[in-house]
Design a binder for this molecule. Structure first.
Ligand SMILES: [Zn+2]
Length: 341
């Protein structure tokens, strides 16, 4: 059962409070309800912005209310209130049809499911390593191809074009290469790193007491000289019946991303691969999105300084996938924001 703190949607043509976590709760509920009941089962939502309700969510709320007009206390009004009849009906219909959150449909534990993504993760890292080594060799003799995929990927993800000094550029490539080698080693020794994590364990680690709290699919936890990559019950295979899960490329990107955190505690989440000029990562509170320009600590992927890109976990799977696919498009990057890929 989901609860919200403030209203979501539009009231009388004006946006409601639209707290991102409340919008996400309504999105989760709508995604569990089939279209035949006015929901949008399996829908992949755009990230929620503070105070702004995206058009697809606003339309989905209105469509849900129209489809369930007879069951609601009021005519459709385009928003969901805390404790209101729309929220009650969303919860009732979602619980009637929702697949259980865990364990995954295949019966594997979460860390065992993650192991299925390791061969792909290793092959991405190896492709990145090969491309970087070849490019660095050519770069050392001044014969590099600036139009090659790897040259472009180095600029897009690690912003090598911000560094004008060639010896510094060479050093930066060495650092990126060294990180990829360590990430690959982590993936080849997963018995050391991977562990399952129950929702109650995760809640204790994150200090959440909210019963409806949903843990992140995976995270790195350091404690008393140990470190692990923990996989929670949110780490599941995507299917139309488990729309809260993730497709194989999204899961592989997560595994590579977490391995980047794992190898070096200074590799952080400066900006996720899906952030752009209209929505970024809030450095003061990374769990909340923010609007770049709204506050100095709001960062987005394409505008990271090169130094932060080197230490940004999302740059590693995204660079590797760019090299492997030979193209990069922000809207099809692999990760948690593109669940079905
Ligand atoms: Zn991260």
């Amino acid at each position: 059962m989901e609860t919200i703190d403030a209203s979501v949607g539009f009231a009388g043509g004006k946006p409601c409070y639209n707290i991102p976590k409340d919008q996400e709760a309504i999105q989760r509920l709508l995604s569990k309800i089939p279209a035949s009941q006015g929901g949008c089962m399996g829908k992949v939502w755009k990230p929620a912005l503070w105070g702004a309700c995206a058009q697809d969510l606003a339309e989905a709320i209105r469509k849900f209310q129209e489809a369930n007009r007879a069951k609601l206390a009021f005519p459709p009004d385009g928003h969901v209130d805390p404790g209101g009849s729309t929220l009650a009906l969303l919860n009732a219909l979602a619980s009637g049809t929702s697949p259980s959150a865990s364990p995954s449909a295949t019966g594997l534990t979460q860390s065992a499911l993650a192991l299925k993504n390791i061969p792909l993760g290793i092959s991405w890292c190896q492709a990145a390593i090969n491309a970087l080594q070849t490019y660095a060799m050519a770069f050392a003799t001044g014969s590099e191809d600036a139009d090659s995929v790897v040259a472009k990927a180095l600029n897009v993800h690690f912003h090598l074009d911000q560094i004008s000094d060639r010896s510094k550029s060479a050093g930066r490539m060495d650092s990126i290469l060294a990180n990829f080698k360590e990430i690959k080693n982590t993936l080849m020794n997963t018995s050391l790193a991977f562990r399952d994590c129950s929702t109650s364990e995760a809640a204790a680690i994150f200090g959440s007491r909210d019963a409806s709290w949903v843990p992140p699919p995976a995270f790195v936890w350091r404690s008393k000289g140990n470190k692990w990559i923990l996989f929670t019950t949110s780490f599941q295979e995507w299917s139309s019946a488990t729309p809260n899960g993730y497709g194989p490329n999204a899961r592989t990107a997560m595994v590579v991303h977490e391995s980047a955190h794992y190898i070096d505690g200074s590799i952080l989440d400066y900006a996720y691969e899906w952030t752009n000029a209209s929505v970024g990562t809030n450095q003061a509170d990374p769990t909340n999105a923010c609007v770049p320009g709204s506050e100095p600590q709001c960062l987005y992927y394409a505008a990271l300084p090169a130094e932060q890109a080197l230490n940004n976990a999302a740059c590693y799977p995204t660079f590797a996938a760019h090299v492997v696919r030979k193209f990069d498009s922000p809207s099809t990057r692999y990760g948690a924001a593109n669940k079905t890929l």
